[in-house]
Design a protein around this ligand. Structure first.
Ligand code: ADP
Ligand code: MG
Ligand code: MG
Length: 257
């Protein structure tokens, strides 16, 4: 079993405190939904877990199986098996998905690898990529496109799912893409997560689409308000918030914002 543990996490952007004491433990195999109004700090939590340089941890800890994640550079975090799909994924024009995935997959499978050392053999990699894409009902042509370059919201989601399938991280943070996903794209994405096997990861899903959670029912739902997790429940909490919004939460925790 693997455990990602976040304790009393405080994060500032510039001099502005955003997260104000977040406690969250995710066990391997669990799915957690993270909800909360816009600007409450959900993306900030994900970015802090990944070690984004603009997000300064001023207090608290993040550990993976007892190892200090905060002491690791972002690429080390990826190598030890932490993955994040960003709300605003970066385009890498000129770099094909397949090449990007071959590098990333090599690094995750061989954490001791130094830059410039051998990649996974092309034949082996191609075979695996083809199998995974077929399993996810993706056209192989998709892997020839440049990473996120001109991708629609649905395609970004597909790219993220393909990364998940290839990298097989221990823990993944999936932050909702900004661009509107249509119902089909959401259904496809959620089915794909189920196909990959959410029980093989620890998942933190930040989403406004209840459909994503319907196919991947979270064991836990957390509500962020003003940089703190003010409430934790089961999947019924996610359903309630999707249906009724955050009025009840705001009334219950007036001091949080
Ligand atoms: P959420 O994902 O819940 O909508 P965010 O984590 O994106 O919330 O943002 C939380 C707060 O932190 C907001 O007030 C936002 O303006 C601020 N913030 C986040 N990232 C930055 C940044 N890079 N620069 C300035 N402010 C930021
Ligand atoms: Mg937002
Ligand atoms: Mg966000």
């Amino acid at each position: 079993n693997h455990i990602l543990k976040i304790e009393n996490l405080h994060v500032s952007v510039g001099d502005k405190p955003i997260l104000r004491g977040v406690n969250l433990t995710i066990n391997h195999g669990e799915t957690h939904a993270l909800m909360g109004p816009n600007g409450s700090g959900k993306s900030t939590l994900g970015l802090a877990i990944m070690g984004h340089p603009g997000y300064e941890v001023t207090e608290g800890s993040i550990t993976l199986d007892g190892e200090d994640v905060l002491a690791m550079e972002p690429d080390e975090r990826a190598r030890v098996g932490i993955f994040m799909a960003f709300q605003r994924p970066m385009a890498i024009p000129g770099v094909k998905m397949a090449d990007f995935l071959r590098h990333a997959t090599t690094n995750v499978r061989n954490p001791e690898r130094k830059e410039g050392e051998e990649l996974i053999p092309m034949r082996e990699f191609r075979k695996e990529l083809k199998e995974k894409m077929a399993h996810l009902r993706m056209d192989v042509e998709f892997a020839r496109r440049y990473v996120n370059d001109g991708f629609s919201g649905g395609e970004m989601k597909r790219a993220e799912i393909l990364q998940l399938a290839m990298l097989q991280p221990k823990f993944a943070v999936l932050d909702e893409t900004d661009s509107g996903l249509d119902a089909d794209a959401v259904r496809l994405a959620s089915e794909s997560i189920a196909d990959i096997g959410r029980e093989k990861m620890g998942l933190l899903i930040i989403t406004h689409h209840d459909k994503l959670l319907v196919h991947n029912p979270p064991e836990f739902t957390h509500v962020m308000l003003g940089g703190r997790l003010v409430e934790t429940g089961g999947k019924e909490l996610a359903v309630e918030l999707h249906e009724h919004g955050y009025d009840r939460i705001r009334k219950a925790y007036p001091e949080a914002e």
